[in-house]
Every structure is written in structure tokens, then in C-alpha cells.
Ligand binder design. Structure first.
Ligand code: BV8
Length: 234
């Protein structure tokens, strides 16, 4: 039985990471869609770096830990693999590392990762936990002044193509079960994944409330992810 999971900010909310809609999509008075865009980065790179530096620092605070929903997914993945019962993939829109820290192995970050930086020239990726800025030296050429400031967050901004779309489409068409957890179903193409599943695929939405995507699901479980996910996977 092939299982595809899609997670959004709602699965990390109970770990203390604010969702986009909680912060009513604003940050320092800027719409996220304005900050999280290539145009926003070109217009004011230091503002955009600050937006991600704050989130990268916050993610490293000790109180931010995977919650019972992340752990239940990791445990289920291990059992599913032990029974070699089929594919199991988590596609996450989140740029935090909570799925991996909970022990999940097959995780696809379709919108990138906060703990990675990318060279704007070579697209080379670097594990990154410090701040980024326009004066950050290039790890491969620290003494080269010209190479300062050429790292950006490895994050998919609005208007940029998400990561792993082909793999996601394949997983969606093969899925026998599709579970969407804590996502508002507002951002595409993530919100359209449910439409790629076959008719016989069992589609379950776990959320606090209804979303624009709810009608596409066979079952809508209303409640907090930390309770509903362990209950569903028990
Ligand atoms: C693309 C990384 C082309 C950054 C993110 C005009 C111009 C350009 C593009 C567009 C346009 N109009 C529309 C588009 C497309 C656009 C889009 O969809 N815009 C929306 C706003 C209309 N999409 C894009 O631009 C994408 N790229 O289209 O490229 C293309 C596409 C395909 C092929 C070729 C070319 C790129 C989108 C990615 C943007 N980057 N993140 C960062 O994180 O800083 S998006 C970001 O916001 C997140 O990654 C996430 O995807 C989204 C937020 O959504 P959620 O995760 O769902 O979070 P949200 O807060 O909204 O909801 C939380 C939910 O949890 C709620 O439902 C709540 O009820 C629930 N919840 C809360 N607590 C709990 C809970 N549930 C359970 N338990 C709880 N405790």
C-alpha cells in the first residue's frame, strides 16, 4: 500500500513555529508574498535575509521540538518499511527540520529548507545554521571579496518552481492513501496534489477546520495534528 503524506505549517504549529495564517501572513508589516519572492530579494536583500535569519535562529531554540504528529509519522514509516508494505513519502511545504529530527527518512522539502544556503551563481547547496547577509563570505572562497553576499536561503519563493515536482506527481498517481496534514490548501502547486491522486486513493485531510481543498477529500478529521495523526496511524 503506497502512502503519500503532505504536511503544511499546521503540523509544526504545536512545536511552537507560527503558521503563515497565524501571523496573518505578515512579517514586520510586510506581506509574506512580498518578502518571500525573488523580486523582494532583489529589491531589499537584507530585509529578506533578516526574515530568514530570524526563523533560522528561532528553529534552533531548545524549546522547538518535533511533536507527537511528527513522531507518529516517523514511527509509522519505520513499521511500514519493516513490513515492506509499499512506498511511504512525506512531502512537506515546511522549511523546518522537524520531520527529520523526529526520525522520518523519506522527506521531500518541496519549498526548500531553512538550514541550507544556496550559491546564486552555481546553485551549490551548503548546510547553514548561521545568519546570511550581503557580507557573508562564500564558504569556498572566503578571502574573495567579490564572492561576498552570493548565498541565498535555499527556499522556494513565490513565483519560483517548487522542488521535486516530478517525484511528487509520480507519488501522487501511485498513492493508495493520501493524507494532508495542517495545510490551508491555498498555495499551489502543493494544494493541487490531491487532484493528482487516482479515484481509488483514500484521501484524508487533518486540520483544525475546513479548507478550500476539503471537498476533494473522502474524510476530514478535525482536530490538532498532535492528537489526530497518532490516532489515525495507531
Ligand atoms: C509556482 C517557502 C510556477 C517560503 C512558500 C502570482 C505570481 C506568482 C505565482 C502565483 C501567483 N498567483 C498564484 C501563484 C502561485 C503561487 C501561489 O499559490 N500563491 C498563493 C498565495 C495564491 N505559488 C507559487 O508561486 C509557487 N510556485 O507557482 O511556480 C510553477 C509551478 C509549477 C510548475 C512550474 C512553474 C511557489 C509557492 C511556494 C512559496 N513558498 N514557502 C517560506 O516558507 O518562507 S509557501 C509557504 O506558505 C509555505 O511553504 C506553505 O506552502 C504556505 C503556507 O501554507 P501552509 O503550510 O498551509 O500554512 P498556512 O499557515 O497557510 O496554514 C496552516 C494550516 O494549518 C491552516 O489550515 C490551519 O487551520 C492548520 N493548523 C494550524 N494549527 C494546526 C493546524 N492543523 C492541525 N493541527 C494544528 N495544531
Amino acid at each position: 500500500m503506497n502512502i503519500l503524506i503532505l504536511t503544511g505549517a499546521g503540523i509544526s504549529a504545536e512545536s511552537g513555529i507560527p503558521t503563515f495564517r497565524d501571523a496573518d501572513g505578515l512579517w514586520e508589516g510586510h506581506a509574506v508574498e512580498e518578502v518571500a519572492t525573488p523580486e523582494g530579494f532583489a529589491r531589499n536583500p537584507e530585509l529578506v535575509h533578516r526574515f530568514y535569519n530570524e526563523r533560522r535562529r528561532a528553529l534552533q531554540s531548545p524549546e522547538i521540538q518535533p511533536n507527537a504528529a511528527h513522531v507518529a509519522l516517523a514511527d509509522f514509516e519505520q513499521k511500514h518499511a519493516a513490513r515492506s508494505a509499499g512506498d511511504f513519502l512525506i512531502v512537506t511545504q515546511n522549511i523546518d527540520d522537524l520531520h527529520t529530527r523526529a526520525g522520518s527518512r523519506n522527506v521531500l522539502h518541496m519549498h526548500g529548507e531553512l538550514f541550507k544556503a544556496r550559491c546564486i551563481y552555481s546553485n551549490k547547496l551548503f548546510a547553514w545554521r548561521g545568519d546570511l547577509g550581503m557580507d557573508t563570505p562564500h564558504p569556498n572562497a572566503p578571502e574573495n571579496e567579490k564572492m561576498r553576499g552570493c548565498l541565498r536561503p535555499h527556499v522556494v519563493w513565490f513565483g519560483e518552481v517548487p522542488i521535486g515536482l516530478e517525484q511528487i506527481e509520480d507519488a501522487a498517481t501511485d498513492a493508495d492513501v493520501f493524507i494532508a496534514i495542517g495545510t490551508s490548501g491555498l498555495v499551489y502547486p502543493a494544494a493541487g496534489i490531491v487532484q493528482l491522486t487516482k479515484r481509488s486513493c483514500r484521501k484524508i485531510e487533518i486540520n483544525l477546520g475546513d479548507t478550500p481543498a476539503s471537498d476533494a477529500f473522502d474524510e476530514c478529521r478535525r482536530g490538532r495534528a498532535s492528537e489526530e495523526v497518532p490516532r489515525l496511524l495507531a
